[in-house]
Design a protein. Sequence first.
Length: 329
Amino acid sequence: MSDTAATADTTVVRPGHTVETVPVTRIDNGHDLALTVHRLTGARPGPTLVAFGGIHGDEAMGPEEVRRLVSSVDPAELSGTIVAVPVANPYAYQAMSRFTPQDGLNLNRIFPGDRNGSVTEQLAAVLAEIMLQADYFVDFHSSGLYSTVEYSYIVDNGREMATSFGAPLLYHHEQYEGTSNAWAIKNGISSTVCELGGGGQLTDAFLAKAVRQGRNMLKAIGMLEGEAESPAVPQTVMTELVTLRPTRGGAMISYFTPDRLGEVIKGGTVIGEVVDPYTFRTLEQLVAPYESSILVLTRESYTRTAPGDYGFMVGNAATTTTVDELFGA
């Protein structure tokens, strides 16, 4: 690994599986900030996959998806190496926050970070160094506390990863500057981002998907034996995606619950509304913006919301394409 990892404490978990404690910095309360890094060394040579979870601390399913996937792999069946950081932002995970409490930064907007910067900038710098050993990179995200999501990012050099993970919805767009995925692409690393689950709805089903589809991805890139299965349903590639955020706080009533993810909704349909829990007045309605809107992120029938929270995400069905059309195959 990097010079940082060379100073790490290492513990053997099982044959071929070690856990390293990689130091980041010392903070002002006298505690040391470190990352826990799992390394699975396969019985046969092969590529290196780096996997992150928990870049956003309110997305609790990401770390569990990484844990279950890593635990499902026997190093004896593995070709190559898996390097996994289940909780990429420990302080945000502790606070159940999208942002690091110490400096208020979004870890997934500042890669490759700064070794001489703030807590989050130093975290990003160490994570960016870990990524540089990768041939493949996957970043596991989920939705936050009250919402549920399912789609994957597909990029030009990560087609095989995104398609084999099998999400029915894929998203192709210009990468956000400062993300882990953008850093991977810049360094020629094949990559994808898997947005799966969250919010406490359909938890077991999504966690089972993460393991099943994650192992299928490992087969597709030659790290596990066997032929990768084709996606269970034809994959739709979205090129336009919008987040609907309430401008008022209160009770969020959702008319499209997580079991309806992927459904196409007629433009103008009320997807959800914010109700004042004190006066019972409807404060705001969130409507499908496209003539044909694909439901990508949604909420359970009742949750609370603050102004600016994630309400819903929808894609434009009119501008979708297929993987073959996108890549000219």
